[in-house]
Every structure is written in C-alpha cells, then in structure tokens.
Design a protein. Structure first.
Length: 419
C-alpha cells in the first residue's frame, strides 16, 4: 500500500498539532483513566444499550477497572480517533465499518491483530458470502461483529401489502399511492437520503457501473452514473413519488411517524422502527427494468480495532474484551434487536438468524451487493461525488455534467493526496 505523502503529509501535520494540544489537557491521563477501558462507536441507542450491558458483564472479571463506551457519528468518530491516537491517547477499542481502516492503517493508529489471537478463534468467522475480518497488506486490522452495513428497501406492512419488485412497479405504486392520499397531510410512497452519495451507489450498480475499479481509481464519469442520477431526479421531479428535498433525518422522521410507506435504509435503523411499533418488512431495492439488474448496495463488515498505543495490562484486557464483544452470544443479541447479520459462523447458522424473516431478507439483499474496498481512496471518492451529485437536485448541473465533475474532482483529490 502506498504511504501518505504530499497533501496527506500536511493533513498529518495538522492532526499532530491538534494531538499535541490534546496532550496539554490530559483529561484522559488521570489515574482513573489508567484503569479504564473505553470503546468508541457509532451504534444507535437500542444497540448502545446492548453494548453497555456486555461491557458490564465483562467488567465483572476485573475488579477496580471501568469499562465504558462513547458514541460519535461515523465521520466525527474517525477524525477524533485519528487525532487522539496520534497524540498517544484515545479509546482502547474502536468500532465501526471497515472503510475506516484505510486512513487508520496509513496513519499508523491501529495495531495488527493476527498475533494476539489463536487461529481457532480467527477461523470461527465467516469467509462467505463475504470475508468478515479485514486484512490489509497481509495484516489483520479489524475483527468483525457483523457483516453487511448495506441498504435495503424497508416497508410498513400496514401501508404496503407487497413491495414493488421493479422500478416500473415502484412508479405505478407511487402514483396510485399519491392519488389515494391527495388532500391529506403529505405522505410519500418512498423516502430516503438520496442526495448523499452512499445512498445513490446501489442504483449505479443497477445500471452496470460502480464507483471504484480494481486499481482503486474512480469510475464516475460513466453512463451508469448518469442514468442512476437521472432516475433519482425523475422520481422526485417527474413522477413526484419521493420528496423534492430529503436528507437522512427527514426521511427517518417521515417513516417513523407514518408519513412514508417505504424507506431505503440499513440495519442500524430497523430496531428503532420496530421499537416505534412499525410492522416492517425488508426487501431488495427494486430492479432496474432497462437492465434487468438489481441495485447493488455497498457491503462491508463492521467490528473492532485496537489502539496502537496499547501496552501491558491494558493491551491484555482490551484484547480479551474484543474477543468477548465478538462472541456469538453477544452477536445474537444485536441480531435479535436490529437484524444485524452475525460474523461468527455458529451465530450465522443459529435459528435466531435463519428463522428471522428480516435478517433473511437483509441477507438476500447483501447477496447482490458489492464489497467496498477499505482503502483511503474511498474517502476522496465520496468527497468528490457529493458537490456535483447534489448540484443535480438544485438545478446547477445536469447528470452528465455532474458525472464529469465527480470524476475530475476525485482524480484531483487522489493525485493531491498521493503525490
């Protein structure tokens, strides 16, 4: 793997400066912190409660030690972790999607794990339908507690008897639905955070394209990107079956409050819907009629990494805690609450999973997804997609102009950060 140079070196210098400032205020260096193990994560409230309970259970093994957790939104978690770890502090364990690992490995802020665990333990994780644990350059950097992190179609069974199988069916259903609800408080057939690049990726795959190639270069100035962008624009502005403006919080609120029949979202959200009394079903995102292809959401494992600064008894305890948090018993608790697909082979085969229709449907969507490589280039590709793609919905650019703009900016960002 190429190491950070050029612009990335400048970013590293800034992060080191911030880390040095943190060291001037060493709130994490108290005696209390010396006997505390912290987990940073991006789990939703229902799953956060499961994590807290697991930490309390594990904590009984070590009297006088504290085991705690702290939530950050994914982007904030990654930035804060890099800053703190570069400064010699930070949490002992970091939980998140494996797309964090490219920057973490290049910055040298997480430690390899393969020599900390027995081979029997490592062999107990899934290798298909995707490899659960993440290796880079022959080293193991993340042990997964689940696989997927992918988008599905979620529907309210009280409002949708049978989910649409194709985009044409979706449009017909949507127009009928809007006619039935005319004159009432605006209720939509479908909502989702469609102006965020991660949420358009499935449709790019449905037109036969993707956003990165085997050489970690962007593939954005393509007909697939143009057609996927145009499709979503038409759903909002021609067919008018999705809101003309929508972000994650708006979409989530509309679905939770009964003002949307369907939403495109991931397993992290399903437990909240169930808790709100919604009888949900899960299905594949509708097929693209012109191509006969299913949309291909980005798929990745999620799990735990260890801070590079760990040593001595803290390293020993954190290593043991990671193994406990990824045990089948804990994984199945998450599966029951949120529909997470376990990463351990025996948990994956458990009736808790195989007899759960939500998890089965989620797995069905995963099987047509595409694995997202855990490389730093993905961060720059996401950043490059956002301004041009969002410009389509504000009328600033056409889909063709947006695709060209995404590719140009992605190549520019990669070049600046690799030279």
């Amino acid at each position: 793997m190429k190491r950070p140079v050029g612009h990335m070196h400048r970013c590293l210098a800034i992060l080191l400066l911030l880390a040095s400032i943190l060291l001037l205020y060493p709130g994490g260096c108290s005696r209390r912190a010396d006997r505390r193990i912290m987990v940073w994560h991006s789990l939703r409230p229902l799953e956060r409660d499961i994590l807290r309970r697991a930490l309390a259970e594990f904590g009984r093994r070590y009297a006088g030690w504290e085991f705690d957790e702290l939530f950050y939104a994914p982007e904030t978690a990654r930035t804060n972790y890099i800053i703190s770890a570069l400064g010699g502090s930070g949490p002992e364990l970091f939980w998140g999607a494996n797309d964090n690992l490219g920057p973490f490995v290049e910055m040298g802020v997480i430690r390899p794990l393969e020599n900390l665990y027995q081979q029997a333990f490592l062999d107990s994780f899934l290798t298909k339908p995707l490899r659960a644990n993440t290796w880079m350059d022959g080293r193991l950097y993340q042990i997964a507690d689940r696989v997927g992190n992918h988008l599905c179609l979620v529907y309210n069974k009280k409002m949708v008897r049978k989910p649409p199988r194709t985009i044409d069916e979706l449009v017909r259903f949507g127009k009928k639905f809007m006619a039935q609800h005319s004159g009432k408080i605006t209720t939509y057939p479908l909502v989702w955070n469609y102006t965020e690049p991660f949420f358009v990726v499935p449709f790019i795959g449905g037109y036969g394209g993707w956003i990165i190639d085997e050489n970690n270069q962007p593939t954005l100035d393509t007909e697939a990107v143009v057609r996927a962008s145009r499709l979503i624009w038409e759903l909002a502005n021609v067919h008018r079956i999705i809101p003309p403006e929508c972000d994650y919080e708006i979409a989530n609120a509309l679905f939770k409050d009964g003002y949307a029949a369907m939403i495109i979202n991931g397993s992290w959200s399903w437990g909240t819907y169930i808790e709100n009394g919604i009888d949900i079903g899960i299905a594949r995102i509708p097929m693209i009629d012109e191509t006969g292809l299913w949309p291909t959401p980005a798929v990745s494992p999620l799990g735990y990494s260890l801070n590079v600064n760990l040593a001595g008894q803290k390293l020993q305890i954190a290593t043991e805690l990671l193994q406990y948090l990824t045990c089948s018993e804990v994984q199945l608790r998450f599966a029951e609450v949120s529909g997470a697909i376990p990463s351990r082979i025996d948990a994956f085969k458990s009736p808790v999973v195989t007899e759960n229709p939500i998890i089965s449907a989620s797995l069905d969507q995963l099987l047509v997804g595409r694995i997202m490589p855990p490389v730093t280039e993905m961060r720059w590709i996401w950043d490059a997609m956002r301004p041009s793609y969002q410009g389509i919905f504000t009328g600033q650019v056409t889909p063709q102009q947006a695709a060209a703009g995404m590719q140009k900016l992605a190549l520019k960002l990669i070049k600046e950060n690799r030279e």
